[in-house]
Design a protein around this ligand. Structure first.
Ligand code: ADP
Length: 559
């Protein structure tokens, strides 16, 4: 995953977490607020209901009181005649009493003398005994009768009697608590009202059926909605509970507002994510671009191109990093040039040492050949052979000097694909004189199919060294055999002889410079230089452990 994606992913996770926490807090606050508000609304509805109720009761009470004190009405009550009472009281009653209000004139025993207002099939039986406890004052309360609920105001009417006053009549003003009244209350307060008595609802404004058994908790579930609930007990004239009023406020509106809030929160989240990601993308691009440039420049340096430079586009940390990187590149460039210079000097030095060492063989051949030409009486054939040998040796010396000149000018040594057998045979040829010692047999057992990419002159000198060492180790003659076999992406070449073998105390230092033993003119450089050449080719060289007679050198070269 790229840096850009990682940063964008963490930004969106951070925004989501932040908004989730904020959303949770806002939703919680909103829900608790809504609940508190609903409870307050219900309580306010209850207060509104109470004052409405009280006003209505007081109005009935005062009308009843006025009627009971009017002398002509009292006189009419005295006649106990329904028609007379109606004629006298109905005009006043109908003009001041609220509609649907019933008015009954009762005998002290409870019998109905007359009634005003909308007629009922059966008059409710009024609890006069309970109301009498409050006489001569008025008594108010609810009456439940035949499944109907009435609010009543009971007013006694007294007349002067022999001993004080006597109860003439009882006036009862009442009205039925029904769905119309509940609706009126709902219109006035906005809350739902359910009048509840004897385990069942009597009047309700709820759009759904009110469950008969419902807890009195502050929050209840009716149908699909939650409601805030406020319970007001309904008492009769004696103060006994005859039912209760449940004032309810639906959470539907609050739930709708909560749903809207949630939708808004999601929209805000989407917007915040979009803006956050866009901002992060632009910012990260600005950060990542210089990092990419650095990465590309570092890759170029890894491939050896020290000219890479990164643009410095700001003065912040990234700009300073780019500056430091460019300075580092410049320092590396200088260090590399110095290294190349040093390497060239050391190459020339090494090559000089090698060539000084390797010049000995062709020079010895030239020297010996020239001596024979000067001293001896030679046949034309022998002269020709000696001249060819001197010519070959001089050419090899020239080639070596050319190699040295190339190296000092900094020209790399070229590698070419060549047959290993040809390289080995060329090395054998150059040693033909040495091999001409009686009893020395050279055998090249290398397949012509083996081809390797080599710095041919230096590898040829490696074989010359090894074969020359082998011949030196066999002063009384013997066999030198060069063989090769391919194995596992490499070719292993073996140079073995049946001479005296390598001295044991020499073995640990065999490939170190100036390690020599048993030779009069030995410089101890041949194996050290050979090892250097083989290592330069990515290969290795080692001497086989002593296996009896002779020595065996092995070279592994990558195929
Ligand atoms: P130099 O031949 O000039 O002494 P080299 O580095 O070529 O230097 O060889 C180091 C020494 O290793 C030789 O002096 C010789 O003692 C030993 N040596 C090398 N090749 C052989 C061999 N084929 N048999 C026995 N000894 C060997």
């Amino acid at each position: 995953m790229s840096l850009l994606w990682k940063i964008m992913l963490s930004t969106s996770v951070a925004i989501t977490c932040l908004l989730a926490v904020a959303g949770w807090a806002v939703e919680n606050y909103f829900a608790s607020n809504a609940s508190v508000m609903l409870n307050e609304e219900v309580a306010a509805s209850s207060r509104a209901y109470e004052s409405l109720w009280r006003a209505r009761a007081e109005r009935l009470a005062s009308i009843s009181l006025v009627l009971s004190r009017m002398s002509d009405v009292r006189a009419a009550f005295g006649t106990r005649d329904q028609a007379t009472i109606r004629d006298t009281a109905s005009e006043l009653w109908n003009s001041v009493a609220p509609s649907r209000t019933l008015f009954y004139v009762l005998e002290p025993g409870g019998g109905v003398v007359a009634s005003l207002g909308p007629a009922l099939k059966a008059a409710p039986s009024f609890p006069l005994a309970a109301a009498a406890a409050r006489f001569p004052g008025q008594a108010t309360g609810f009456v439940i009768e035949n499944g109907r609920l009435y609010q009543t105001v009971v007013t006694p009417v007294y007349v002067a009697a022999e001993h004080g006053s006597a109860l003439l009549n009882v006036l009862v003003a009442c009205f039925e608590v029904d769905a119309a009244l509940a609706r009126e209350l709902k219109q006035a307060t906005g809350s739902d009202f359910v009048f509840f008595s004897r385990g069942r609802p009597i009047a309700s404004t709820l759009p759904v059926k009110f469950p008969e058994r419902l807890t009195r908790q502050e929050q209840v579930r009716i149908g699909d909605s939650n409601y805030a609930q406020f319970v007001v007990p309904l008492a009769d004239v004696a103060g006994q509970r005859v039912g209760e009023l449940r004032i309810l406020r639906s959470f539907q509106a609050a739930d709708r507002r909560l749903a809207t809030l949630r939708v808004r929160m999601v929209l805000i989240w989407i917007l915040a994510i979009a803006l956050g990601l866009a901002g992060t993308y632009l910012l990260t691009k600005r950060i990542v671009q210089p990092v990419h440039a650095l990465e590309r420049a570092a890759s170029r340096i890894a491939t050896g191109d020290y000219d890479a430079r990164v643009p410095v586009s700001s003065s912040d940390e990234l700009g300073r990093l780019a500056e430091s990187f460019n300075e580092m590149c410049a320092a590396l460039r200088i260090a590399r040039q110095e290294l190349i210079r040093q390497e060239r000097i050391s190459t020339v030095g090494r090559l000089s040492t090698s060539i000084i060492h390797d010049l000995r063989n062709p020079l010895a051949a030239i020297y010996g050949g020239a001596e024979m030409l000067v001293d001896g009486e030679l046949s034309a054939g022998q002269v020709k052979k000696l001249a060819a040998s001197i010519y070959g040796s001089s050419r090899r010396i020239l080639a070596m000097l050319q190699e040295l000149a190339d190296a000092s000018r900094g020209h790399g040594r070229r590698r070419e694909a060549c047959r290993l057998r040809d390289v080995v045979l060329a090395a054998c040829d150059s040693l033909a004189d040495a091999a001409a010692i009686p009893g020395v047999a050279l055998a090249c057992d290398v397949s012509p199919e083996i081809e390797l990419t080599l710095d041919r002159p230096s590898v040829e000198r490696v074989f010359q060294n090894l074969i020359a060492n082998a011949i030196d180790a066999m002063p009384h003659g013997g066999h030198v055999r060069v063989s090769a076999e391919s194995a596992d992406h490499a070719v292993v070449v073996s140079v073995e002889d049946d001479g005296a073998g390598i001295a044991n105390d020499l073995r640990p230092h065999l490939f170190e410079p100036f390690a020599t033993a048993g030779k009069r003119h030995g410089m101890g450089l041949g194996l050290a230089l050979s090892k250097r050449t083989i290592l330069d080719h990515g290969g290795e060289i080692w001497a086989d452990a002593a296996t009896g007679r002779g020595a065996r050198f092995l070279i592994r070269l990558p195929a």
